[in-house]
Design a protein around this ligand. Structure first.
Ligand SMILES: [Zn+2]
Length: 177
């Protein structure tokens, strides 16, 4: 697998906003499972930002902040109504929040690099190439343990591969000039 790091900066904004709003709402469960479920729901409904942006909540426009707060409120209601049966009780499973499009793009770029000289010789461009691709893909956040995320990424692959592949090709072509 190609080795590069990508980060959706919206994750920072949403994690902080959800934490802040959970403090205002003692009636909503704030265990790890519910917290990550709320974050995942919100992140799947907003455009990802894999190229660096302002992440300080205080610096967001009132319009943007209001929109995000409403999405968090909706997600809180959904998670409260569909609480996982063992939420907050199973400490043995390490859960993580992950955009399943990330491992998928990494696999596609890795396979492409076997025949694409440009990708092999411009490794320093990989984080930006991957970020530009991920900005164009719909986010597919899931709260999973590591094994689960891998399985779901395989399922997604079959379903969305053709449209994802064409976006990957376009971005790489753009870089090759
Ligand atoms: Zn909970």
């Amino acid at each position: 697998m190609l080795d590069y790091t990508v980060h959706n900066y919206m994750e920072d904004i949403i994690k902080n906003l959800v934490k802040e709003m959970l403090r205002e709402r003692p009636d909503v469960c704030d265990c790890d499972t519910c917290y990550w479920d709320i974050c995942a729901l919100v992140l799947n409904r907003i455009k990802p930002q894999y190229l660096e942006i302002e992440t300080n909540i205080q610096k967001l426009s009132p319009f943007m902040l209001n929109r995000l707060r409403n999405l968090v409120l909706d997600a809180m209601v959904l998670v409260a109504n569909n609480a996982r049966p063992y939420h907050g009780k199973d400490q043995t499973v390490t859960i993580q929040l992950q955009n399943l499009s990330e491992p998928l793009v990494r696999r596609i770029l890795t396979e492409m690099s076997e025949t694409n000289e440009f990708l092999r010789e411009n490794k320093e461009s990989l984080p930006v190439i991957a970020a530009m691709i991920l900005n164009q893909l719909e986010p597919r956040y899931a709260v999973t343990d590591r094994g689960g995320a891998y399985l779901r990424a395989r399922e997604l692959e079959l379903q969305f591969l053709p449209s994802i592949m064409s976006k990957v090709y376009n971005v790489v072509k753009q870089f090759q000039g």
